[in-house]
Each structure stands twice: as C-alpha cells, then as structure tokens.
Ligand binder design. Structure first.
Ligand code: ATP
Length: 885
C-alpha cells in the first residue's frame, strides 16, 4: 500500500535504496514488469491502411464501373479499370505509409524522459524504462512518469487536476497516512499524469505502466495529434464542391451524348472517367505527405512539430515573442563583475574553468572578508554543481547558479567542501514569480539564511548592509547607490543578481527568514548572445516578422541586449511587468504593437501579451520553458517549448519543440513552414491545370465534333500517372531565395492565390486548345480515330510533364532555379514518360488502352507543341519579373 508505511519500509519492500537500483537490476525488472507505457489504442495495420485506400467514393464508382463493364462483356475495359484502381491504391498506400512513418519518428523523438538515480548517480532515462524501485528526482515542471511514494518533499506542490479536476495544486509531504485514507488525501504519494508546480522532491516508484492508479489516463506527452490542417479542410471542401459540379455537368453531357447517338455504355464509362479526371481525389493524400515530409525536414533543423496544422500556422506567423536567456543567448554564464563593500571588482577567467582573479582597477583583490561572504552566499544558496571531465570543466544544474559556484572556486571556496561545514536544513526554492531563492544552513557558528535573486527583490528584504567589516544600516541613499550600480552593470549587458544573509535562530523556517536581511553585494554575469541569432532576427525582419523579447531579467540588461541584437529599434517601447500591470487592457492594446521588449515580467504577463497581440490580428508565436508558461503557450497560435531546458508541462502545452533551444531554429522552422505551404500550393495548382485541361478537351470534343478525343481508360491513365509522381516530387522542392523576403501568408488566404488560379486556368486552356487543334486537323485529313486518340492521349501527358516544371515555383524561372536541382522531379517525369511509352508501344498495353504506335514525325509534332506550356509560363514569369524590377 506504501502510503501507510514508513519510507524505509517501502524501500525495503521494493528491494531498493536511496542510491537507486543498479542498471542490471533495472534491466531484470523491466523484463518482469514490462515497459512503463500505457497501452495505446490499436495501431492501424499495414493491411488496414492499404484497404482504407479503396474507401473513397470515386474508387467505389470506378469499381462499380468495372463491374458494369464486365457484366456487359467488355472484359478488357473492366480489367483496365480495376488495374488503375489497384495502382491508385498502391500509390495512395505508399504515400500514407511514408506520412505515417514520419509521424512515428516524431513520436519517438518527443517521448518523455525522467530523472532517476541509478547506480548511485542521477541520470536521465526515457520514462518508458522506469521500473518499480527506481528513485525519481522531481522538480517544478516535471510530469510525474509513474506512481511513486515520496522520500523527500521540499515545498513540493503537485497539480493533480488531470486526475481529480481540482485545479489548486496539492502540497505534498513524506508523513505516514492511515490505511483508510482515501486516494486524493494520500499526500505522500504522487501519481502518473500529474505534474510538479513548485518545489522539488524524491520518490520511489511503486507502480508503472498499466499498473498505475490512472493507467487508463490518456493524452500524455508524446501523443502527436493528427488533426486535419486548415488547408486539408479547404481542399476537402473544394473537392466536394468540384465533385458535385462535375457530376452535374457530366450527367448532362452524357445524356446529351446518348441523344446524339453515342453508345450508352460508352457514355457511361466516359462520364465516370471524366468525373475521375475532374475531381482531385489524390491531392489530399499528397498534401498529407507534403506536410509529413516537411515535418521530417524540420526535425533536422531542430524543430519538432507536435501538431500537423502548426506547419501551416508557422507559414503565416508574423510575430515571434521570445525568451531571452538560453533562446537568444547561450545560457553559459560567467561572472564578470562583483560589487562588495562599495567597490566594483572585475573578475578574470573564461567559461566554467575555476581559474581567474579579482581586481579593483588593476589592483588584485584576495582574502577580502566582504568578497568571501558574498561568494559563500552565492555558493550555498545554490543547487548547481561543478565538475571536471577529461580536463574540461562543466556544471550541472542552472547555468546562473553554476556561474556562482565557479566564481567562488576562483577564490578557493569550493561548494562541496563548504556544504559539508554548512549543512542545508531548509529552503524556499526559486521561481520566476518570486525572483528569489533562500536556503537555511547550519554550521558551527549557528544557523544562517542565504538569499539570492533579482537585486530589487533582495534589497527589499534587507535592512542592513555589510560595509567596512560591519553590518550597517541600509539607508535609502545606500539603496539608491546600489541600484545605480545595478543599472551601470546592466548597461554592460550583464545579468545582475543581489545577495543577502542573516543569522537566525535554530527553529526559524526558511520562509520567515526573508526579512531584515543583510545585503552582501552584487554579481554581474555575462551571457553571450548565440552567434546565429543576429542574422536570424534580420531574416525575420526581411520576412515581415517582428521579434519581441520577453524576459524575467532586468529592464536595462534586456534593453541593452535587445538593442545589440536588432530587436529594439528607434521608436520602440520597453515595458516592465509593473508598468504592464498599471495598464488596463484597452490602454495596453493601444501600445502593444510598439513594444519590442518586456522586462521583469511574470509568466502570466506572457498570456496578456499573447491575447493583446491576437486581438490586433497578429499570428503569434510564443516561446516558453517554465511550468507557468503553459497557459501562454496554449493561447498563442504557435506555442514553442524548449527541448533542453523546458519543463514537461511546457512541452505538452506547445505545438512545436526546439531541440536545441535556439531562436534561430524558430526562423528555420518558419522558412520550412513557408516552403511546405509554397510547395503544397504549387502542386495543387499543377493538379488544377491537369484537371482543367482534360475536362475542357473532352467536353469540347464531344460537344463540337461528336468525337471522344480520349477514351475512358486513357483518361484514367492520364489521371493516375499525372496525379501520382510529379506532385510528390514537387513537395520536395527546396526553399527558393524569395521565401524569406516576402510577407507572411495571410491566415485566411484561400487554397491557392488568385494569380495561381488564373495561371492554371490559362495553362489548362492552352493544353486544351492544342489538343483540340490536333483533333480538328486530324479529323480534317481523315486520320483514323485510334490514331487521333493516341496522339491526343500522348500530347496531354507530355504537356503535363512540361507543366510540372512550371510549378516548381510560382515566380522564378525554372532556368534560374536550375533545371536539375529537383532530382526527384526529373525521375518522376522520366518514369511517367516511360510509362506512357509503354502504353503506346507494348502490344498488350495497346490492346488495353486502344493505342497505336506513334511515328517519329508524330513525336516531332507532339514535343514542340507540348513544350509551349513551359514556354508560355516562362514568358509570363519574365514579364512579371520585368514589371517588378
Ligand atoms: P528569460 O525569461 O528570458 O528566460 P530570465 O532567466 O532572466 O529570463 P527568470 O528565470 O524568470 O528569467 O529570472 C528572473 C530573475 O530572477 C533573473 O533576472 C535573476 O535576477 C533572478 N534569478 C534567476 N535565476 C535565479 C536563481 N536560480 N535564484 C535566484 N534568483 C534567480
């Protein structure tokens, strides 16, 4: 039962210890208990996926048509129809299978991890490998990965709303509870699916996987939602509309044809084929593949998409609100300045290597009592660690705290040794809201409280200051003087923290120690901007995307860095959390578009910023990592979580995760998002051209000359091969040079732009005119019908292949893109041409498709005619280019 036993007893029952399991034992237990996973709903099997290809309305019509043909004794037609249906099914299957695989890959990448103690050391392991007896290390923002009994709870609070619906976090402890305690009141237990909102703790895993109390709970991290994207929705609607319209026209023309003396069966098949030609039934699948492949490319550029529709949102994002620390900067802190006893000292040394000296001007400073007290406060009120491996120094934990461990070591104050003499017996953890942290340490000289945090917060807890070896009164002049120093340091783009201490009685609680403290000094640390960020911000600007910095850091530091990076520009505003609080929503909305830096904000301010910007019509991307960032991430159009430093809770609320925490990766993702959208629009336009061309040819042929320019099976064939490979190849087209120089796409924009519709109409018309011209000419000189149909059949296919090159870019000439730069398209076109050659030269295919072999002179007519599709579009692109220049 665990909750009604002492912690020691629980450890004994589970045959483990505070040092955790050995890896060997963990492996044995994994075999015994199975993976720590909730059973997923049945996966779609390969067979099912294949069969699902034949569910579409059109395919059913086609199968019906095949049956009717067979019934009427037209076995060849029946066979050809069934064969094309089968091929279409295979093609659809291959595409969807690839999409499915991409999504599976994402799922594996976003699977959660847990911090555990194994073999006596803290390690991160995939949560699925947890076993009963594992020791969990819990901190704010963690999703609890298994049911566990607490061994240690420091101000630990858990959000159990996913289980109980109760939104107020529950305080946890390690007490023993009576056996009859109901589940929600067993405060020494933590349960799968809940999350840590505050504090930290340790717990021993008591149950995993389906054995957890809430094994049935769904919706954990790692689930990729497969919602349909707005584009897919629009495509569906468009398809339905087109389908209905076509059916009406086709039925009308078929009846007309029968009255004109056409064979009713021929008209029926023709009608079916035309309907198939007119409805872009393969496009939705190709769009899914386009999205999925794009998502796969994004992974390589450090962006993990959690929801497919987000890809489209990325393409239309026009403002990015980003954190500073770690996203814009490297989050590798080094203390450069120290302010003690009224003097500002410089610190030498680089990185985390504990080698460097303190200087007052050019005079070395060492063994100074004020400096020591400050460094001790920094090292004790601290959860980070410093270690050396292969000659390289590195830290564990928060880089801000790591820098404090390093700077203390530069004066010979080593945290591990110090902690042995000053045992920690209490603490109030740091949170972005409090902007301060306090520990209580017990030593030979008695109990001391040590605090660190934002300078103004620390100052407000202080009444004294350590000056000239004495604790003096902290007058308001002295306070002002310190604040001036803070400002000077911040102007140097340093991150400034204040430190304080206080001697307390032995029974004081940490929470009560944060008053009447003695101010010990300031430290300023350098956190260099990431190298790629400046260029990335410039790219955003040219792409019509604004960048806004939202940080918990000091106003001056934030402003100085924002200016350096090009985020802040003349005329912009800088707003602090306090200033923001003073504005009502209306006042805020009036200025929100001008603010480019928010400083000293709390997580809830982020939500206000998102809401105000959304109200102004922006498509907002917002980054976040902390436990309290989740609401803002959810509210943003594009919530972006940090893969490395981000909490589980923030990741779950996000639509995208940056695997390298880097701002530049957001910009890469936007570029990729825009590219995916561009490619999808291009192959939709390509598809439209094909469909418009075919429908016009057949309609006009029948109405004007009572002749079928192409027969039903040929239409099916054209449809199959032109809808198949080229669009897939177009979805692989690389970003073009103009992509990040254009304004973001309007969120409400239609499927394709007006100019694209005009272009595809024009091209479709051109293809139709050529074919009808050939029809007119051939009818005039008495060419036999099968020959005419073969000519037109081939002309259409070849024209469409030229047309595929047109839609590699809406704007740029194929020649400027490089004809061979999209290799897949070259292969796709060559394969399609080969298939077409087979259809007219392989004897049994000739029977199936009623074709006759074409002569060289026929080809001499077809190729130049077909190439006009490309020439016309190139010419239009040239005119456009000249007009723009
Ligand atoms: P960003 O929001 O861009 O990530 P940030 O890291 O400065 O910026 P917070 O983590 O909310 O934002 O920190 C706010 C302030 O709290 C910091 O400027 C610093 O003064 C103080 N602070 C940061 N980390 C700690 C800590 N571990 N202990 C005490 N105070 C801290």
């Amino acid at each position: 039962m665990y909750y009604d036993e002492a912690a020691d007893a629980v450890l004994k029952t589970l045959n483990t210890s505070e040092n955790g399991l050995s890896s060997g034992e963990a492996k044995n237990r994994l075999e015994k208990y199975g993976k720590n996973e909730l059973k997923e709903e049945e996966k779609t099997s390969v067979v099912k996926l294949f069969l699902s290809q034949f569910k579409s309305f059109l395919i059913i019509i086609l199968i019906a048509a095949a049956l009717v043909s067979a019934f009427l004794g037209e076995l060849i037609d029946a066979f050809v129809i069934l064969f094309t249906v089968f091929l279409a099914g295979v093609l659809g299957f291959v595409q969807e299978y690839r999409a499915e695989e991409s999504i599976k890959l994402l799922k594996a990448l976003t699977s959660p991890e847990a911090l555990v103690i194994r073999d006596g050391k803290e390690v991160k392991i995939p949560s699925s490998l947890l076993v009963p007896g594992d020791i969990l290390v819990l901190q704010a923002g963690d999703r609890i990965p298994a049911d566990a009994r607490l061994l240690e709870a420091l101000s630990l609070e858990i959000d159990e709303s996913s289980l109980t619906g109760e939104s107020i976090p529950v305080g946890k402890c390690t007490d023993i509870f009576p056996t009859e305690t109901p589940q929600p009141d067993r405060k020494n237990m933590v349960y799968t699916g809940t999350s840590v909102t505050y504090g930290r703790g340790k717990a021993v895993v008591t149950a995993t996987g389906m054995n957890t109390a809430f094994g049935k709970l769904a919706g954990l991290l790692g689930e990729i939602e497969r919602e349909r994207t707005p584009l897919q929705e629009k495509l569906d609607q468009f398809g339905r509309w087109l389908g209905t319209a076509t059916l009406i026209v086709v039925a009308f023309v078929a009846i007309l044809g029968i009255f004109q003396g056409f064979d009713p069966f021929e008209m029926f098949l023709w009608g079916v084929a035309l309907a198939v030609a007119a409805i872009p039934e393969a496009l939705p699948a190709v769009v899914t593949v386009g999205l999925a492949l794009g998502v796969r490319r994004m992974v390589k550029r450090h962006a993990l998409i959690r929801r497919l529709p987000s890809v489209e949102t990325l393409g239309s994002t026009n403002i990015i609100c980003t954190d500073k620390t770690g996203t814009l900067t490297q989050n590798k802190m080094t203390v450069e300045k120290v302010y003690v006893n009224g003097t500002l000292l410089s610190v030498t040394g680089e990185g985390y290597k504990p080698a460097g000296d303190f200087f007052n001007g050019d005079k070395p400073v060492s063994e100074d009592v004020h400096l020591h007290r400050l460094l001790i406060a920094g090292a004790l009120c601290n959860d980070a660690g410093l270690f050396e491996e292969n000659g390289v120094w590195d830290i564990t934990g928060d880089p801000t705290e790591g820098a404090l461990v390093v700077v203390a070591a530069k004066e010979g104050i080593w945290k591990t040794a110090l902690e042995e003499k000053h045992r920690r017996k209490g603490e109030v953890p740091f949170s972005s809201e409090r902007k301060m942290m306090t520990t209580l340490n017990f030593s030979e000289d008695g109990t001391y409280a040590y605090s660190k945090g934002a300078p103004e917060v620390i100052l407000s807890s202080c009444t004294k200051i350590f000056l000239g070896g004495r604790e003096e009164e902290l007058t308001s002049e002295r306070k002002q003087e310190i604040l001036n120093v803070v400002n000077d340091m911040a102007n140097l783009t340093l991150r400034v923290m204040g430190f304080a201490y206080r001697k307390v009685s032995e029974d004081t609680l940490a929470e009560d120690a944060e008053k009447e403290m003695v101010f010990a000094g300031l430290m300023g640390m350098r956190d260099l901007p990431r190298e790629e960020v400046k260029t990335a911000i410039a790219t955003c600007t040219s792409a019509g995307i604004r960048t806004v910095m939202i940080t918990g850091d000091h106003k001056t530091t934030a402003f100085a860095i924002a200016k350096e990076l090009g985020i802040f520009r003349e005329g912009d505003l800088v707003l602090t959390g306090v200033e923001l609080d003073a504005l009502d929503n209306k006042e805020f909305e009036e200025i929100v578009e001008k603010v480019s830096v928010y400083a000293r904000v709390y997580p809830e301010h982020k939500l206000r910023v998102v809401e105000a910007l959304k109200k102004k019509g922006y498509i907002v991307a917002m980054t976040g990592d902390g436990v309290n960032d989740a609401p803002a991430l959810k509210a943003a159009d594009m919530g972006i979580a940090m893969g490395i430093t981000g909490t589980d809770v923030s990741k779950e609320a996000s639509s995208m995760i940056l695997t390298d925490d880097n701002f530049a990766s957001i910009v890469s993702a936007v570029e990729e998002g825009r590219n995916i959208l561009k490619n999808i629009k291009n192959f939709i336009a390509y598809g439209l051209t094909c469909h418009i061309g075919l429908v016009l040819i057949v309609l006009v042929g029948v109405l004007a000359w009572q002749t079928l320019p192409v027969i039903a099976v040929q239409i099916l064939w054209i449809n199959l091969i032109t809808d198949g490979l080229p669009p897939m190849a177009l979805s692989l087209e690389a970003p073009d040079r103009g992509l990040m120089k254009q304004k973001p796409a309007k969120a409400k924009e239609g499927l394709v732009s007006k100019r694209m519709i005009i272009a595809s109409l024009g091209l479709g018309l051109l293809i139709a005119i050529q074919s009808l011209g050939v029809l007119y000419w051939a009818l005039g000189n008495g060419t036999p019908l099968p020959k005419i149909q073969t000519l037109i059949f081939t002309l259409v296919v070849v024209s469409l292949m030229f047309n595929a090159f047109n839609w590699r870019s809406e704007r740029y000439s194929v020649f400027s893109l490089g004809i061979f730069t999209n290799k897949s398209l070259i292969y796709a076109v060559l394969s399609t041409i080969l298939l077409q050659l087979a259809a007219i030269y392989v004897p049994f295919m000739q029977v199936a498709f009623r074709t006759v072999p074409l002569s060289l002179s026929d080809w001499a007519m077809i190729i130049p005619l077909a190439s006009t599709t490309l020439i016309a579009m190139e010419f239009t692109k040239y005119l456009e280019w000249r007009r723009h220049r």
